[in-house]
Design a protein around this ligand. Structure first.
Ligand code: SF4
Length: 471
C-alpha cells in the first residue's frame, strides 16, 4: 500500500472535520493546513527510474490518493485533470479515493470516465446520519465501479440500511476519532452498523476505537498505538466472502431466515435470548452471522441432524435436539453436547416460547417447533414443497405419515409453516397433501422415476405439491 498526496491542505466542511488530523499535524509544526498547495509528489505515479520503470510500485498494488486533503476540493480543480491522466495511465494500480465531497463527483470526473474505471474505488465518508443521508445518494447515483462508505470519526448511531439494500456498496468502515480533543465513539454504534452490514451481506471493518471509547456505558481513554489492536480484539469485522451462498433475509424485527443455497436456517429472538434453528450446509460462520444480527445470548436448536443442517454446529458447545437424533448427529460429524428436548418441552426465549413437537419419520429425531406467539410452525424437512428425502437408514415412511397426522392436534395454532427447503413459507394446507402422497407411495399406488442421489439409486415420486425420494 502506498499513499500519494498530489496536494496538501484542506478547508473544513462538516462536523467530521472539527478535529481534522491534517490540521492537528500541521499545527504541531506551525503550518496552516487551510493553505492548499500542490506537492512535490504531484506526479509520483508516473515518475520513472533510470531504467524507465515506474517508481511507484506498492507490493499490493494499492494507492491511497489525497490523504492530507480532499480529492474533490474546489481549490484543487485546476490540478485534478492531471491527476486523472496519471490514474488513467497507471491501470496496473488500484486507486482508493476517500472524500467528503462526493457531491462534486459529477462535475469533477474525467471526460472519458464512462460508467467508471475498474481500478478506482471511491469512498464517501459520513460521520453522522445527516451527512450519510446527504452524501450516500450521490455515491450511489454516480457511475462508480467500487463504492465504499466510511464512518470515521463516527459521531453517532447511523442507519444506512436503505443504501446497503441496493447492493452497490462493497464495504463499510467505521472508527472513532483520535487526538486530544477526540469526541467519544460508542461501541453500540459500531455494533449497530455491523448488524446492518451483516443483514445485507456487506463487508464491515471496525478500523479503530478512537481515543475516547464507550463500551457498556463505561468510558475508556485509549492510546493511539492501541486503537487499532483494540478494535481487532472486538472481533467486529465481517467478511461475506466465506459465506457467499448465504443471504440474510429479515422476516420481522425478531426473526430472520438465512438462505444457504439449497437449504435455510432461522434466527428467532425473544426478549432474553435468541435461538439459531439449524446452521445450514455451507456456512461454518452461521453463529457469527447470528451474532451480527442480535446482541442476545444465542442457543442452538437442531430440527434434525442431516449434514446439510449442521455445518455451523461446531461453533456451539451445546445443542437442543431430540435424543432420538443422536446417532444421526454423531454420524454426520456433530460434536456438541446434546441437551435433549422432547414432545411438550418449551424453550423460553423471553416472551417467545418455542414448543417442541416430536415429528419423526424423515429422521428418527426430527422435531417441529411451534412458535406460539408468532403463530408459526417450523417444520425442518418434514413439511416442504421440495423433494423430501425418504431413503437411507434413518428414514421411515410409516412413522412419517403418523407424525404428520398427529400434527392435527395443533391445527389452528399456527398460520404459516417455515420449512428448511423449498418455498418459504408454506401453508398448513400442505400437510394433508403430503400425508396423501406418502400413503400412496406406501401402498404402492404411486409411480416413481429412478434417479441417482449421491450414488444412491432411488425413486422420485413427484406430485404437484412436493416430491419424495424413496428407496
Ligand atoms: S475534508 Fe478531510 S482533510 Fe479536509 S478538513 Fe475535512 S477531515 Fe480534514
Amino acid at each position: 500500500m502506498a499513499i500519494w498526496n498530489p496536494w496538501h491542505g484542506c478547508t473544513k466542511l462538516s462536523p467530521g472535520c472539527a478535529n481534522c488530523y491534517v490540521y492537528r499535524r500541521d499545527e504541531s509544526i506551525g503550518k496552516d493546513a487551510s493553505v492548499v498547495t500542490k506537492t512535490g509528489d504531484y506526479d509520483l505515479p508516473v515518475k520513472k527510474n533510470r531504467k524507465g520503470e515506474y517508481k511507484l510500485t506498492p507490493a499490493d498494488g494499492t494507492v491511497y490518493a489525497c490523504m492530507t486533503s480532499d480529492f474533490f476540493l474546489d481549490i484543487a480543480d485546476e490540478w485534478r485533470q492531471g491527476v486523472w491522466d496519471m490514474i488513467r495511465e497507471r491501470r496496473d494500480l488500484n486507486f482508493f479515493i476517500i472524500t467528503k465531497r462526493i457531491d462534486r463527483f459529477e462535475e469533477c470526473k474525467p471526460a472519458d470516465w464512462g460508467d467508471g474505471w475498474d481500478h478506482v474505488a471511491i469512498c464517501s465518508t459520513c460521520e453522522n446520519q445527516d451527512r450519510a443521508d446527504y452524501r450516500i445518494p450521490f455515491l450511489l447515483n454516480a457511475p462508480i465501479k467500487h463504492r465504499f462508505v466510511a464512518s470515521e470519526p463516527m459521531l453517532e448511531e447511523i442507519h444506512i440500511e436503505k443504501y446497503l439494500e441496493t447492493g452497490l456498496i462493497e464495504k463499510v468502515v467505521c472508527g472513532g476519532e483520535s487526538g486530544s480533543k477526540a469526541r467519544p465513539c460508542d461501541f453500540e454504534w459500531i455494533r449497530e452498523m455491523r448488524k446492518q452490514c451483516v443483514e445485507y451481506n456487506v463487508e464491515f471493518f471496525f478500523k479503530q476505537t478512537g481515543a475516547v471509547f464507550i463500551k457498556d456505558g463505561k468510558t475508556y481513554h485509549i492510546e493511539r498505538k492501541y486503537q487499532g489492536s483494540q478494535a481487532r480484539k472486538a472481533k467486529m469485522d465481517y467478511i461475506p466472502g466465506g459465506v457467499k451462498m448465504a443471504e440474510v433475509i429479515k422476516i420481522n424485527d425478531k426473526t430472520w431466515r438465512i438462505e444457504d443455497g439449497m437449504v435455510r436456517f432461522l434466527l428467532f429472538c425473544g426478549d432474553e435470548k435468541a435461538a439459531l434453528i439449524d446452521t445450514g450446509m455451507n456456512v461454518p460462520e452461521a453463529r457469527s452471522i447470528a451474532e451480527g444480527l442480535t446482541d442476545l445470548p444465542i442457543i442452538l436448536i437442531n430440527t434434525h441432524a442431516d449434514r446439510d443442517h449442521i455445518s455451523g454446529n461446531a461453533a456451539f458447545d451445546e445443542v437442543y435436539m431430540s435424543p432420538a437424533e443422536e446417532e444421526n448427529y454423531r454420524e454426520a460429524g456433530g460434536s456438541a453436547k446434546l441437551i435433549p428436548v422432547r414432545e411438550g418441552d418449551v424453550i423460553e426465549l423471553g416472551d417467545r416460547p418455542l414448543r417442541i413437537i416430536d415429528n419423526p419419520g424423515h429422521t428418527p429425531g426430527s422435531i417441529a417447533i411451534l412458535d406460539e406467539k408468532y403463530r408459526v410452525l417450523i417444520s425442518g424437512d418434514s413439511i416442504q414443497d421440495g423433494n423430501i428425502f425418504m431413503f437411507g437408514k434413518f428414514r421411515n415412511i410409516d412413522v412419517y405419515i403418523e407424525s404428520l397426522k398427529k400434527l392435527s392436534k395443533w391445527d389452528g395454532t399456527y398460520d404459516e409453516i417455515y420449512p428448511m427447503h423449498g418455498t418459504f413459507p408454506v401453508k398448513p394446507e400442505l400437510i394433508p397433501k403430503l400425508i396423501e402422497g406418502a400413503e400412496q407411495i406406501r401402498d404402492g399406488k404411486a409411480t416413481g422415476q429412478p434417479v441417482d442421489m449421491f450414488g444412491n439409486p432411488v425413486n422420485l415420486y413427484k406430485f404437484d405439491y412436493a416430491g419424495f425420494l424413496c428407496d
